[in-house]
Design a protein around this ligand. Structure first.
Ligand code: AP5
Length: 224
């Protein structure tokens, strides 16, 4: 079983939804840089204050701030983790590789959830998130059992500030410019496994779990 894993995908591809489930069932440490940054904003820390405007505009938060929130939790030598929303650009991918190599625990797998852009907007604008535990729902595709309240903890569901249509458009554009090129980076490293994310949540989850259980290199590195 592959246990040091990155989940790659556009905003709304389903990274958070799937990561929560996989981390619970496979006992992996789930680290979402988006969740960590939102927690810092909510707590009003200096880092949160610096990150806030970038997040509200749909831009990436500067790398040094993201490294602070991530690497204080992803300890050297951690052997079972699922990174959700990190890395998001080449510099972040290289920093992750450097730190993991130094600890002797390189990445095992990058699971790339692919969904056409046209689907992503509806997913994001219909998303509802639990204020208590952070679990994600969708008003149409993944509704809670009781409207407005979380199945897992009973917390209140709300809409994220950056899920408004114009911020969603900016997030998608940032994804295509800065994050999508990481597919080639990880394909060349023989780590990339692309999963069709445009199907029901449970089916995507099964495909991701199959990917975790695969042996050997997932795709050959490109030559030349
Ligand atoms: P972050 O929180 O990471 O947002 P994101 O990457 O834009 O991803 P989302 O959380 O929006 O989508 P998701 O793929 O998790 O989809 P979800 O499962 O919720 O980052 C927010 C901000 O923080 C960034 O914009 C940036 O400013 C900053 N940031 C974070 N990390 C950073 C980094 N490394 N560097 C710099 N800045 C960083 O699903 C979406 C909806 O679809 C839900 O309603 C869900 O129920 C529904 N859904 C899921 N799967 C399916 C399915 N198969 N079918 C139908 N509906 C589905």
């Amino acid at each position: 079983m592959r246990r040091r894993v990155v989940l790659l995908g556009a905003p709304g591809a389903g990274k958070g939804t799937q990561a929560q489930r996989l981390a619970e069932s496979e006992r992996l440490l789930h680290l979402s840089t988006g969740d960590l940054l939102r927690a810092a904003v909510k707590a009003g820390t200096d880092l949160g204050k610096q990150a806030r405007a970038h997040m509200e505009a749909g831009q990436l938060v500067p790398d040094d701030l993201v490294f602070q929130v991530l690497f204080e939790r992803l300890r050297a030598g951690a052997d079972a983790f699922l990174l959700d929303g990190f890395p998001r650009n080449r510099a972040q991918a290289e920093e992750l590789d450097r730190r993991l190599a130094a600890a002797g625990t390189p990445l095992d797998l990058v699971l790339d959830i692919e969904v056409p852009d046209a689907r992503l907007v509806g997913r994001l604008t219909g998303r509802r998130t639990c204020k208590g535990c952070g679990r994600n729902y969708h008003v149409e595709f993944l509704p809670p059992r009781r409207s407005g309240s979380c199945d897992a903890c009973g917390g209140e569901l709300h809409q994220r500030a950056d899920d408004s249509p114009h911020v969603v458009a900016e997030r998608l554009s940032v994804y295509h410019e800065l994050t999508e090129p990481l597919k080639a980076y990880y394909r060349d490293a023989g780590l990339l496994l692309t999963i069709d994310g445009d199907r029901p949540v449970a089916e995507v989850g099964r495909a991701l779990l199959d990917g975790l259980k695969q042996d050997g290199r997932v795709q050959p590195a490109r030559r030349g």
